[in-house]
Ligand binder design. Structure first.
Ligand SMILES: C#C[C@@H]1N[C@@H](C)[C@@H](O)[C@H]1O
Length: 437
């Protein structure tokens, strides 16, 4: 291994109570809310199909013109308590909120920039209202923070001159100040999810990314930080030059998931995926007909897929400029919540089972209990299960249902019966096992 000053701060999974809580939570929601919600993908009468929170870039809008949107920021229908109840009903255990996206507009009244809610008709600390409402419902709050800041004159995409060096040093100090402000004003925050860290300017300042991780962990003991913040001495991101994960969990699975057979390496570390409901819309977009919109079942399968491989899943919501949610997102939260209310025990506190994936769906595991989450019912009416050596199945019961038959068909191979009446939706069978490994 090569010696690194700014590589991984720790080897192996964190096992402290705060990380266990992060891991056991498993299901989160993303809230992407900012000035970009106002135009909703349309600029000067032209509709752009790209991600709505990147409209400034697609329509080539200068920062000062874009930030004039602040004059329209007044979400009159924003009801933080209703937002928190919607999240609770969906069964999410945490919510990741965009404190500041690439546009540079802050949902909190930062004293380090003029581009904040305090300078809008809304005036109030909208981030603080959300943190309180979610925490009051027992939901953890995580902060999304974009290092990339299109509003700041000292941001640099690369460092090519002494002038760049001096300006970017000012920018990093500005960013430190905003992060300290967030950690001080909202001490119940449990995680910082950094984004906008792909530019050469950041990769050339791996020391700063290590400093940010250390600074936040000193200010908020137990707080978690995603791998996407981190660059090492040589600009390597997420995993350092010795292949060790930096930060507390891998955060590279954005709108994609590891393959359940070929990518089992991810089960060796903590990771969290995040996903959009349309193909690629995080912020509010007026027209969801421009791309495929996942059904609640397709969202649910991605949640189970992540947990079956030892990961968390964060489902994205892009609130409207008026502070309400579009109907598709309300229906999604309802549908996932209904399923989680019956089957949540196969998600919360569960992990990779270590059993061979089968066509009918996914395994999750909690200690001695193994769950079969069935998405595809076989014509044979039997669910094939192959157990590891020295593991036997002793019983199988449908969650919120009846026991089903289990027949050993060969060494470590079983046919588990389908429920007598087809549930007509993904269902869960809880296995009792004898594990003599
Ligand atoms: C690219 C990019 C960003 N990363 C996602 C989490 C969204 O914030 C998107 O704008």
């Amino acid at each position: 291994e090569i010696s690194l000053k700014y590589g991984a701060g720790r080897l192996g999974k964190r096992q402290d109570a705060d990380m266990k809580r992060f891991r056991d939570n498993r299901l989160g929601a993303f809230i992407h809310w900012g000035l970009y919600a106002i135009p909703g993908g349309e600029w000067n009468g032209e509709m752009y199909g790209g991600a709505a929170e990147w409209l400034k870039a697609w329509a080539k809008v200068p920062a000062d013109e874009w930030l004039k949107l602040m004059e329209q920021w007044n979400p009159t229908r924003f009801n933080p308590k209703a937002w928190a109840k919607m999240a609770k009903k969906m069964g999410v255990k945490y919510v990741k909120i965009t404190t500041k996206h690439h546009e540079g507009f802050c949902l909190w009244p930062s004293k380090y920039t003029q581009y904040t809610v305090a300078q809008t008709p809304y005036k109030k600390d909208i981030l603080g209202e959300m943190v309180k409402a979610y925490n009051d419902e027992g939901i953890d709050v995580h902060f999304y923070f974009s290092v990339l800041d299109w509003s700041h004159p000292d941001y640099r995409y690369d460092i090519k001159s002494e002038e760049d060096e001096i300006a970017f040093a000012r920018f990093l100090e500005f960013t430190d100040n905003q992060l300290k402000e967030l950690a001080t004003r909202y001490p119940t925050v449990k995680d910082f999810w950094f984004d906008g860290t792909w530019d050469a300017s950041i990769k050339k300042n791996g020391w700063w990314t290590a400093h940010v991780e250390q600074m936040l962990k000193e200010m908020l003991p137990g707080v978690t930080v995603n791998s996407r913040l981190r660059a090492d001495d040589y600009g390597k991101r997420h995993f350092d030059s010795n292949g060790h994960l930096m930060g507390d969990y891998e955060s590279a699975y954005e709108r994609r998931l590891p393959d359940p057979v070929k990518d089992l390496k991810v089960t060796r570390w903590d990771w969290e995926a995040c996903m959009t409901v349309p193909e690629n819309q995080w912020g509010y977009h007026k027209d969801w007909s421009l791309s495929y919109v996942k059904t609640p079942l397709e969202v649910l399968e991605r949640i189970v897929h992540a947990v079956s491989m030892g990961g968390n899943m964060v489902v994205n919501f892009g609130p409207q400029p008026d502070g309400d949610f579009r109907s598709e997102e309300k229906e999604l939260a309802d549908a996932v919540g209904r399923w989680m209310s019956v089957n949540g025990e196969c998600i919360y506190g569960c992990d990779y089972a270590g059993w061979d994936k089968q066509a009918w769906g996914y395994y999750t595991r909690k200690g001695k209990e193994v769950y079969m989450v069935v998405f595809n019912s076989p014509y044979s009416r039997h669910l094939v299960v192959k157990t590891p050596k020295d593991v036997k199945i002793t019983k199988a019961v449908v969650l919120n249902g009846k026991e089903v038959g289990v027949k050993e068909t060969a060494r470590n191979e079983y046919n588990v019966d389908m429920p007598a009446k087809d549930p007509g939706a993904p269902f869960v069978i809880k296995l009792q096992i004898e594990d003599n490994t």
